[in-house]
Design a protein around this ligand. Structure first.
Ligand SMILES: [Fe+2]
Length: 264
């Protein structure tokens, strides 16, 4: 099984630029082309939140038009730039999404069980999952504790070390860790939000953050660093499940580069 993973698309209404400078819509088109051109193609693509930039219906319309070009099914979670109810309306045909409340879901039809968590706090930018959401997660994991599972949420449950991102971090990940630690089946926790790739051992498993399909957030650790972004080569992640080998994650850069070159 091959799982594609894109995040932080920040789609804008048709004809508008992200942050006034970057054509995030065209960059999503590039990402879709990239995923479709893979051989073999992913069985499913995870879309890790911040699908649009301001949570507006015309942005979701632009996002849906581009995601519709994916040659494979895709599964969505919201990010802090999404609007929960506009998101629910935009993806009303996605039957795995609940009709009300937080947008937690579980898709059980692949060799790897996929769980999406809604870590958004409506109207705020930081992340959290309330007690009811954590109980839902515990019950869901307990229903199939021996099946390999991937958990997807938007906010990384760690301190990134980038001060202007940590202002909007998942503030108290310990209760989420306490749930995950009780299950040995969680192969990987996937997130986005930080527009960079980061890896961490956490809660008895591994957390990986996926880069954005559009801008990269500047890597600055100084306490007084100012928020900035780069237009760097965007990337997606590919998570390959082999029952004999386990789950292995790759970073796959989106774009055209010289090569391939033969080597002996
Ligand atoms: Fe984002």
């Amino acid at each position: 099984m091959l799982i594609g993973h894109i995040s932080d698309l920040h789609v804008r209404p048709e004809g508008q630029l992200y942050q006034g400078v970057v054509d995030s819509n065209a960059m999503l088109e590039d990402a879709v082309r990239h995923l479709n051109a893979l051989d073999p193609q992913p069985d499913v693509v995870l879309v890790g939140g911040d699908i649009v930039d301001h949570g507006q219906p015309d942005e979701y319309q632009a996002a849906r038009a581009r995601l519709a070009q994916l040659a494979m099914p895709f599964l969505v979670i919201p990010g802090n730039h999404d609007h929960r109810e506009n998101f629910r309306t935009a993806f009303a045909d996605h039957a795995y999404l609940p009709c009300e409340g937080a947008l937690h879901w579980c898709v059980d039809t692949h060799p790897v069980r996929l769980i999406g968590l809604d870590s958004c706090v409506p109207g705020r930018h930081h992340g959290d999952i309330d007690a009811a959401g954590l109980q839902w997660l515990r019950t869901t994991l307990a229903a199939a504790p021996a099946r390999p599972t991937v958990v997807l949420l938007h906010h990384p449950p760690f301190v990134s070390g980038i001060p202007y991102m940590d202002t909007y971090r998942y503030m108290d990940p310990a209760p989420l860790a306490a749930v995950l630690q009780d299950f040995g089946c969680v192969e990987l926790v996937l997130c986005g939000h930080v527009h960079r790739t980061m890896l961490r051992r956490w809660a008895g498993t591994v957390v990986a953050s996926c880069p954005s399909t559009t801008t990269e957030i500047a890597l600055r650790f100084a306490p007084d660093a100012q928020p900035q972004s780069w237009l760097a080569p965007p990337a997606c992640m590919l998570h390959r499940w082999d029952p004999a080998q386990g789950l292995l994650s790759h970073l796959s850069t989106i774009g055209r580069f010289p090569g391939p070159y033969g080597f002996a």
